[in-house]
Ligand binder design. Structure first.
Ligand code: ZN
Length: 366
């Protein structure tokens, strides 16, 4: 019996099979961004003298999505709404969670009792440090009062009571750093590219951000209650400018994300393996025409040493594709067997997926 097969067998024996949903994904999952135009339908949001929040939010959101699709064709763009419909708050984060989104951007327009305030703000989830920020969260969260059964759904949360907001004090959000990073990029672009007044990156208890399992921000594009700003917000040129700024910031966030996850295809790559040719470097067990399954466990933009911590002690093989070193573990011509191997790997590599090779070349689809 070949040594690799023996290792596979040992793994199957040593690691009990856990029943996890099996996905035979081929290729890497693309970056998913969910854009959330605030309000909609019966919920108008803030109302100005000649415009309303829900329409401004939707117009800017659709532009943001269009620009992202054009500039980053590999990114999957999703919306919580694309038309003038009412979407409950908890459904918005659910859409993002179900899609396993990498980023959630909620887009809103501000309002104040005074006609004076103007400018942009970007929020991340947290406890408001000023009454002014708390007021913004209260106004945005008040939309739940339009939902049936909101007391049960939001566990007695009263959007108008300051006491309710104490829950955000003890909120541990592991995405806070990335969220603030994006928020600050957005605010910089609003200032530098769109020449808007910068009111800063802020924290407040927004229900819509509370249950999203990914970095998330809530943008307040400007004040509909300020005459000059309302005019800008409802103009096509203003909306395009704001959307462009958000997409520029998104681009910087995405570049940082790619760099950190070692997924940047722009990275300079060693020349040993050619970009276009996908070679299985160390698999000698294939006979001509036979399909061999492997489990891909991670990608890196450089070759890892055999004892690299990323490999968690596994003696992994690799192949090179589009400048990335893609590490695999296990190989078999038996699909059921590779499914078992993948299951055993999930505890160490939660995104492990099955790929297939024919004559040493990776093939797509079944
Ligand atoms: Zn709003």
């Amino acid at each position: 019996m070949a040594k690799t097969k023996l290792t596979i067998l040992l793994f199957v024996i040593l690691f009990p099979v856990v029943h996890l949903p099996v996905q035979s994904t081929v290729g890497d999952k693309s970056f998913v961004v969910v854009i959330d135009p605030g309000h909609g339908g019966k919920d108008y949001g803030a109302i100005g003298s000649a415009s309303n929040e829900k329409s401004i939010n939707l117009a800017v959101s659709l532009l943001v999505g269009d620009y992202i699709k054009k500039a980053y064709p590999d990114v999957t763009v999703m919306y919580t709404r694309k038309t003038d419909v009412f979407i409950e708050l908890d459904q918005r984060s659910e859409i993002a969670n179900k899609a396993k989104a990498d980023l959630f951007i909620s887009i809103h327009t501000n309002a104040n009792r005074s006609k004076t305030p103007y400018g942009t703000e970007t929020y991340t989830l947290g406890l408001a440090r000023s009454d002014e920020n708390l007021e913004v969260a209260k106004r945005e969260n008040a939309v739940i009062l339009l939902e049936d059964d909101y007391e049960r759904k939001y566990e007695g949360f009263d959007p108008n009571s300051s006491e309710s907001y104490i829950i955000f004090e003890f909120m541990q959000n592991k995405f806070v750093e990335q969220s603030i990073f994006l928020a600050s990029k957005i605010q910089s672009e609003f200032t530098n590219s769109s020449k808007r007044h910068n009111r800063g990156v802020k924290q407040a208890g927004f229900l819509v951000l509370r249950t999203t399992g990914m970095p998330s921000v809530l943008i307040e594009l400007g004040f509909i209650s300020n005459k000059a700003e309302e005019k800008y917000l409802s103009s096509k040129a203003g909306q395009q400018q704001l959307a462009k700024s958000i997409v520029k910031a998104f681009g910087q966030y995405k570049a940082d994300y790619d760099r950190k996850s070692g997924m940047s295809a722009q990275e300079q790559v060693p020349t040993a393996d050619n970009d276009s040719a996908v070679t299985s470097t160390r698999s000698g067990n294939e006979t001509s025409g036979q399909v061999i399954y492997k489990v891909q466990i991670l990608s890196a933009n450089k070759k890892l040493s055999t004892n690299a911590p990323e490999l968690k002690g596994y003696k992994a093989d690799y192949y090179v594709e589009k400048g990335l070193y893609k590490y695999t573990f296990g190989e078999s011509s038996d699909f059921d067997e590779i499914v078992k191997i993948r299951k055993s790997l999930i505890k160490d590599f939660k995104d492990a997926f099955i790929i297939q090779f024919k004559d040493g070349v990776k093939i797509i689809n079944k």
